[in-house]
Design a protein around this ligand. Structure first.
Ligand SMILES: NC(=O)c1ccc[n+]([C@@H]2O[C@H](COP(=O)([O-])OP(=O)(O)OC[C@H]3O[C@@H](n4cnc5c(N)ncnc54)[C@H](OP(=O)(O)O)[C@@H]3O)[C@@H](O)[C@H]2O)c1
Length: 299
């Protein structure tokens, strides 16, 4: 059994993964560390085979915490690393996720001359659980709104880009696939695409109509307006991630809607399928089944 360390272990996504990863069970040992203290990090990581990072990237624009974790992992002889990704393939138009790009660059940089740290970027797309908002369908991850508002039967789409692709994977499926990847003894692919469901915006609206019993009200917004930072829609997101402060909330919520819409029209959420290929027997939760079950009998 190899030793797996989880950075950001108190987070919502990390707690979904931890109980699923058989290599960690039955004993989970907690340690409080200072991400600014590399020596402490190296000591904490000695003997670790795989380091999974789930640290919150929003309040750390330079990604000091994750860069220190990478440096310390290399110094401590850690074999494998997975940064705090768990989202889209591209981060274009999503400034709040540009930190992920900094870490992708840093990982390429440290491995430039010689492969010294094996790593994978776990990319499952958007959590399908968010289409259940306001209902909580994951054990730890809180519900969050998206441009697909199943509760109020409405959505925002980019005019002329109804065929843009969204990849949607349940948090439970992400946890199960990450656990298999940790247990996998072969070399990790650099991009760890997890394709739970690959669907167009139109298809999501079709499923919405079926499971909610009527058509959605669709606000069609224009690329030019979005590029200019304007969201001309009749409604907007209100529920904010717990890591976002109150004074940043309204600007970020607008930026998230604009960013997700624009980036999806540019292919950022059309996730690759490396981990589907690695674990062909794994059965992902189909979007139709998940949403039909979630919304059955709901007002
Ligand atoms: N695809 C999607 O739909 C989706 C949705 C949600 C999240 N995500 C991604 O999943 C990852 C984890 O997100 P999460 O929602 O689980 O995050 P979270 O719960 O807000 O935070 C994760 C952990 O990061 C650590 N942390 C907090 N502030 C920090 C700081 N300033 N510097 C360094 N570490 C800090 C804390 O752990 P410790 O105190 O234990 O260090 C915290 O528990 C992120 O990369 C996020 O982008 C993806």
């Amino acid at each position: 059994m190899v030793r797996v360390a989880v950075a950001g272990g108190t987070g919502q996504v990390s707690q979904e993964e931890a109980p699923t990863t058989t290599t960690v069970a039955p004993e989970i040992h907690w340690q409080i560390v200072d991400y600014n203290d590399k020596e402490i990090l190296v000591e904490a990581l000695r003997g670790t085979h795989t380091l999974l990072s789930f640290v919150q990237i929003l309040s750390d624009p330079d990604q000091k915490a994750q860069k220190n974790l990478i440096d310390a992992a290399i110094a401590a002889g850690v074999k494998r690393f997975a940064p705090s990704e768990y989202g889209s393939k591209g981060t274009v138009d999503m400034a709040w996720w540009h930190g992920k790009e900094r870490i992708r660059e840093y990982l390429e940089e440290v491995n430039e001359k010689e492969k010294i740290l094996e790593y994978t970027l776990f990319q499952p797309g958007l959590f399908l659980d968010y289409l259940a908002y306001p209902y909580k369908t994951a054990k730890h991850v809180d519900p969050l709104q998206s441009v697909f508002d199943f509760e109020n039967k409405r959505a925002i789409v980019v005019d002329g880009h109804e065929d843009s692709i969204m990849t949607l994977t349940t948090v439970a499926d992400v946890a199960a696939v990450v656990a298999r990847t940790v247990d996998y003894e072969g070399r990790w692919p650099t991009t760890g695409g997890i394709r739970g469901n690959r669907v167009t915006f139109s298809r999501i609206l079709e499923i919405g109509r079926r499971v909610r019993g009527c058509s959605f009200t669709v606000d069609k917004v224009k690329v030019e307006d979005l590029e200019a930072g304007s969201l001309k829609a009749s409604w907007g997101l209100e529920a904010v991630h717990r890591a976002v402060s109150e004074d940043q909330a309204s600007a970020l919520l607008k930026a998230v809607s604009i960013g997700v819409l624009l980036s999806s029209s540019k292919g950022a959420w059309d996730i690759s399928d490396e981990l589907n290929q690695l674990f062909p027997d794994y059965e992902f939760t189909p979007i139709e089944d998940f949403l039909a079950k979630t919304w059955e009998g709901k007002p």
